[in-house]
Design a protein around this ligand. Sequence first.
Ligand SMILES: CC(=O)N[C@H]1[C@@H](OP(=O)(O)OP(=O)(O)OC[C@H]2O[C@@H](n3ccc(=O)[nH]c3=O)[C@H](O)[C@@H]2O)O[C@H](CO)[C@@H](O)[C@@H]1O
Ligand SMILES: C=C(OP(=O)(O)O)C(=O)O
Length: 428
Amino acid sequence: MGHEVRYRVRGGRQLHGTVFIQGAKNAVLPMIGASLMASTGRTVLRNVPIIEDVRRAVELARAVGARAELHETERTLVIDASSLDSPVLPADIASRFRGSFLFVPALLHRLGEAVIEGVGGCNLGSRNLDFHYNGFKRMGATVTEHVADNGDGIIHIKAGDLRGGTLYCDTPSHTGTENLIMAAALAHGTTLIKNAALEPEVLDNIAILQAMGAKISGGGTGFITVEGVDELTAVEHTVMPDRIDAGVFVMAAAITGGDLNLVGATLEHLGVAADKLEQMGVEFHQQGAVLQVRRDRTLRPINVITDEYPGFATDLQSPIMALSCLADGPSYIYERIFDGRFKLADELRKMGADIDVDGNRAKVNGPRGLRGAEVEAHDLRCGSALVLAGLAAEGETTITSAYYLDRGHAHTAERLSQLGAEIVREAD
Ligand SMILES: CC(=O)N[C@H]1[C@@H](OP(=O)(O)OP(=O)(O)OC[C@H]2O[C@@H](n3ccc(=O)[nH]c3=O)[C@H](O)[C@@H]2O)O[C@H](CO)[C@@H](O)[C@@H]1O
Ligand SMILES: C=C(OP(=O)(O)O)C(=O)O
């Protein structure tokens, strides 16, 4: 990682103004994987979020032989994958972000194999990949694991000729659906994927693949059909806005009692989270591509159950835990997707929160005034929740291990400062 990143936040400022919502992390990463499937031409991705996961994805694309240029000021990524020549996803890059596994279908199709030295992403408890492996196997691939000299497990997937079949996800896995669609796009014959994920980012990834020439139908229904084609061509595509980034800024307005214009945010993309925030006292007004949001009444407590889209997104669960610390009564949170998200409760307690945790259920006993403390971002959403808590706390909050926050949110300090927050990013 190289350096320690910290954010220092001094709380107590209401936020007002206009903020630009970044392009979606969870849409751009599969798109970078998709762009590697085009054997000629240059893919141009616009509205790319300038986050650490994208920087790692660019490094990984180069490691497998692609030419990738990230134009940060223009938020544009140009990828020429004609020179793809290495099937190895090296541990030092691949183990730093989850999206690395989205490179596998391109490597299988273009090079006949993928060697996975590591898969990263937030450490949220058990994060299995069996739906991906089982799907690849049903299409004719072989998956083997061996142990390297240093003790690390290395996965080797050999494609042979991938052929269509009937595939499924036991639960609608986000990246699992994307990987199976990409594997099916260039396979021989027709593939049916049952219990496919419905997330907007999955649909955006289907849109770019269709523009590239893939034949995909049923996106958003849970049953996706893919008719394999012989090749995909490079295209230009604008990445959809990041609904989790939008949700965090909604909660920044809510936790400070402010009002914000979120440029690029779509209320519908928040799914049930929008309804829960309304119940807490947040007012929304969608005006074209701008979402106006404000909170000027007492925050009410809430019940949250995380679920796949359009249910309450697990990535917004940590932020709403921070917000519910200030609510006028007890809030109940049931985390159904990941079993390791509640380390946040320990950090919020350091700031004065009163939270009872029992397995994957939490009771947040509000209202509690928060005070600044030194806290640790254990994962990306833990980081964004602690920034929110810091905005509302009395005194200074220092958030350490904040590389995690930078994995998924672009220019956090700059964007919040422009809205009136006192926040700085430090790296050494
Ligand atoms: C890069 C990316 O898009 N990351 C998102 C993606 O992660 P990711 O795609 O890894 O999340 P999944 O939807 O696959 O995982 C959901 C649940 O299914 C389980 N599972 C998943 C696959 C599998 O093969 N076997 C299995 O058991 C996981 O352990 C987890 O409990 O969706 C998550 C859930 O919305 C988000 O929090 C992440 O931000
Ligand atoms: C879990 C997350 O991301 P990833 O899947 O990339 O680790 C997240 O965005 O909160």
